[in-house]
Design a protein around this ligand. Structure first.
Ligand SMILES: [Zn+2]
Length: 399
């Protein structure tokens, strides 16, 4: 299956441009000038000229040499992983996590803090900027070499426009130009996506790269899912793909959801909903994290209600799994390492066809709280280091 770059290159006839050669080097297809000639059929002179452009642009390192098979040892071409730096933020309902990463995805500096997404875009984005500046200081990286910013938010995102639409738990953010706002300050591409989408992408790339479909469900204050199909986030026509938290369940008509409807999955099975049910039953529980504290202490009501909530998610996921036949269903968020997952498995395997679950892994996030940051990094890399983007920048320099 060709990558998007390759598909674009083939459709425009712009094959084997410098940007495309960089893609081939980055993904390990070729390592030397000779291998590029063999792979692309380009002449030695053309390869030399395109590699020179990439070297001058700082995209490549050529320090190491490949083992010689007689004659001169070949110079190894490597992507310069310090060509730029990426700032990533993963904003949840009540917490934010921030990182500065190099292009290989190594975390150079990281911070987490409590925040209230409902306090609106100005306050929250000011907080992001302050922390980004601190991360750069901490790692002694200048803001001039930041090449892109990736942001995950807990709501439905219009990815191309870089804003959220009618987010149930983000009052004040509807239509706010998040990407434009940050682009003005940083003067680099800013990309925004839903938090669960980015976590799904991060987890997929790190642990299920060959999986045709990977599904990640984040269960914390609310419930959201991200779907990665053939290595790309699947967003649907309105950015609504994966929004399973607001599927309405039978028999829960009295449960009011944050979206205003009644009986949503998130209104009965999220960490926030279970905590509210515990509090109503006389066991004060402070949100999703308060629930986890009860679970860690073995509080019997918490264990029972959490398991039932997991079963409700499992019931909804049975349909999803039969539709997508994914390799992995990854549970992330506050409830990932609790009795919730056992409940999910019970109901999912009971209801889904054996054919859809034979090779299925139902597991918890291995990147844990860094999943969204790595997804944001991958999103920015895809954009800033795509063949087309690299060619455009090289063209601008040449002109
Ligand atoms: Zn709802």
């Amino acid at each position: 299956m060709p990558t998007r770059d390759e598909a674009v290159a083939a459709s425009t006839g712009a094959y084997h441009t410098p940007g495309h050669l960089l893609t081939l080097i980055r993904n390990g297809t070729v390592r030397t000038r000779r291998e590029i000639q063999d792979f692309t059929g380009l002449s030695r002179a053309t390869v030399a000229q395109r590699i020179e452009q990439l070297l001058r642009g700082g995209y490549l390192d050529e320090t190491a040499t490949a083992a010689s098979t007689g004659g001169r040892p070949a110079v190894l071409l490597r992507f310069n992983e310090r060509h730029g730096y990426i700032l990533a933020a993963d904003l949840g309902a009540t917490r934010g996590r921030f990182a500065l990463l190099d292009l290989a995805g190594r975390v150079l500096a990281e911070q987490a803090c409590d925040l209230t997404i409902g306090s609106g875009p100005q306050l929250v984005l000011d907080c992001c900027e302050r922390i980004f500046a601190e991360l750069l200081d901490q790692a002694a990286v200048s803001r001039d070499v930041v090449c892109g910013v990736g942001l995950g938010v807990p709501g439905p995102v219009e990815h191309e426009a870089g804003l959220v639409r009618q987010p149930p738990i983000m009052p004040g953010w509807d239509g706010f130009p998040i990407a434009d706002h940050l682009t003005q300050r940083w003067q680099v591409p800013v990309l925004v996506d839903n938090d669960a989408n980015l976590m799904a992408l991060g987890e997929h790339n790190a642990h299920y790269p060959g999986s045709p479909a990977t599904l990640l469900v984040k269960v914390s204050t609310g419930i959201g899912a991200g779907v990665v199909i053939n290595g790309r986030v699947y967003r649907g026509i309105d950015g609504g793909a994966g929004d399973i938290g607001h599927v309405r369940l039978h028999g829960h008509d009295d449960a009011r959801c944050m979206c205003g409807a009644f009986g949503c999955l998130a209104a009965v099975a999220s960490g926030g909903a279970i905590a509210a049910a515990m509090t109503r039953a006389g066991v004060p529980t402070d949100g999703s994290r308060g629930l986890v504290a009860h679970l860690n202490a073995g509080q019997p009501d918490a264990v029972r209600l959490t398991r039932i909530a997991g079963q409700l998610l499992g019931e909804v996921l049975a349909t999803v799994v039969c539709l997508l036949n994914p390799q992995a269903v990854v549970i992330a968020g506050d409830l990932a390492d609790t009795h919730f997952v056992a409940g999910v498995r019970e109901e999912l395997y009971r209801r889904a066809l054996p054919r859809a679950t034979r090779h299925l892994t139902v597991t918890t996030s291995r990147l844990r709280e860094q999943a969204g940051l790595h997804g944001a990094h991958a999103m920015v890399m895809d954009h800033v280091y795509s063949a087309a983007a690299v060619d455009t920048r090289l063209g601008a320099v040449a002109a």
